[in-house]
Design a protein around this ligand. Structure first.
Ligand code: PEP
Length: 254
């Protein structure tokens, strides 16, 4: 069934102590808040085990921000899906535009990472999205469709059904420039249509598609009100508990 999810992406921020403090603050706030979405935090690798041990992971899911494209072996500095899973993390963010742009992650590499993550029982949060020049050229639909097809369309329907997608227009990430609610709905509906054409209506209807890109406490409610926007992947506004709780309140809380 389609879930609402608000997921934080801390990127390369917070020392271990700062990260633990934020995670426990969120954990305590969520213990006394009735949310209408699942909540996840994507921490640096070295925080995962401590954070997963410190929080109630049934209320506050834990995500890695990347994983290796190999199972194990001589890959110095890499972190495997098995290692991520062994920390207690349940999710892995894959295909973030920063990984694609700065670390050369191609659709083929990401396809391998998604398959390894699924085989390990991790839920990939798979990011797609166009850069500004592509949006200005009206190519955003083509770009996201290609990203989905190249990395995900060899999956079985059952495996595809385990994924979370995050549409993140690159021009909106960390820029303070958010896609309008109409722009978000338009492309989320398109993405759902692409999934429907390949896997059928049930898989498409059940797929959680998050919006990411300067989403914050002020604009979350309007973005999340769209029928095809099932939550957010949140960078800057996930770094302080009050800001992140404000985004979560975009789905109303009690
Ligand atoms: C992100 O990095 O996934 C993101 C959406 O960042 P921000 O919210 O800061 O734009």
């Amino acid at each position: 069934m389609r879930k609402n999810i608000v997921a934080g992406n801390w990127k390369m921020n917070k020392t271990l102590q700062e990260g633990l403090a934020l995670a426990t603050e969120l954990n305590d706030l969520l213990a006394t808040t009735k949310t209408n979405c699942d909540v996840v935090i994507g921490t640096p690798f070295i925080h995962l085990a401590s954070v997963a041990a410190a929080v109630d992971t049934t209320k506050l899911g834990v995500a890695a921000q990347n994983c290796a494209d190999h199972v194990s072996g001589a890959y110095t500095g890499e972190v495997s899906v098995g290692m991520v899973k062994s920390t207690g993390a349940q999710y892995v963010i894959l295909g973030h535009s920063e990984r694609r742009a700065y670390y050369g992650e191609t659709s083929a590499i990401l396809k391998t990472k998604v398959e390894l993550a699924l085989a390990e029982g991790l839920t990939p949060i798979f990011c797609i999205g166009e850069v500004l020049a592509e949006r200005e050229a009206g190519k955003q639909f083509e770009v996201v469709e290609t990203q989905i097809k190249e990395s995900l369309f060899d999956l079985s329907a059952a495996d595809f059904g385990k994924l979370v997608l995050a549409y993140e227009p690159v021009w909106a990430i960390g820029t303070g420039k958010t896609a309008s609610a109409e722009q978000a709905q338009e492309i989320h509906a398109y993405i759902r249509g692409v999934i429907k054409a390949k896997y059928g209506a049930e898989v498409a209807d059940n797929c959680t598609i998050l919006y990411g890109g300067s989403c914050n406490a002020k604009n979350a409610k309007e973005l999340f009100a769209n029928p095809d926007v099932d939550g957010g992947l949140i960078g800057g506004a996930s770094l302080k508990a009050a800001d992140f709780m404000g985004v979560i309140a975009g789905f109303d809380v009690a």
